[in-house]
Design a protein around this ligand. Structure first.
Ligand code: ADP
Length: 173
């Protein structure tokens, strides 16, 4: 199993693709989305303008521009409204679609932020359980190996992932 958790700014990771927790316009925003647009540079916004937005639970791929990562996979997480409005299925769909898009582009090293767990308010433990379960299911059926990193922004989030991964090696990329 190649699932890791670490604490980092996702824009710095030397992986082939990073996932962006975008909003449905794909035209940039706050949080990790803002950080990715700042680090990748203005060409990213130009490419995003051509994509026509993205629905919640779906994912779209762009180049990484000035990032170390070759690709950015933009996915739109659900806004947390108490958990009874289809949020778990939509969040699972974000992870599944991002993994499928990465695999379709031959990506072998992929990093996720905590989709929906910032401004969108999804509880971190519940979101991390979905992230890990969907990734494990994906890896169990994938034809190619993939290293999946859960990139946490806070020590608290990292502790949650490490507990759920139960001693899964923390990776230094
Ligand atoms: P959402 O709107 O989907 O909730 P946010 O960007 O507000 O997206 O937050 C998603 C997660 O990304 C949060 O856990 C937040 O702490 C984290 N985050 C913010 N900036 C970065 C960054 N530069 N690298 C990695 N994670 C980040």
């Amino acid at each position: 199993m190649t699932l890791f958790a670490l604490r980092a700014d996702i824009t710095t990771l030397p992986v082939e693709a990073i996932v962006n927790a975008a909003n449905s316009s794909l035209l940039g925003g706050g949080g990790v989305d803002g950080a990715i647009h700042r680090a990748a540079g203005p060409d990213l916004l130009h490419e995003c303008r051509l994509l026509g937005g993205c629905k919640t639970g779906q994912a779209k791929l762009t180049q990484g521009y000035r990032l170390p990562a070759r690709y950015i996979i933009h996915t739109v997480g659900p806004v947390w409204r108490g958990g009874e409005q289809g949020e778990p299925a939509l969040l699972a769909s974000c992870y599944r679609n991002s993994l499928q898009l990465a695999a379709a582009h031959g990506v072998r090293t992929l990093a996720f932020p905590g989709i929906s767990t910032g401004i969108y308010g999804y509880p971190v433990s519940a979101a991390a359980e979905i992230a890990i379960a969907v990734s494990q299911a994906f890896l169990s059926t994938a034809t190619q190996a993939m290293d999946i990193t859960f990139c946490c922004f806070s020590a608290q989030d990292l502790a949650i992932y490490q507990r759920l991964l139960q001693g899964g090696e923390p990776a230094t990329p």
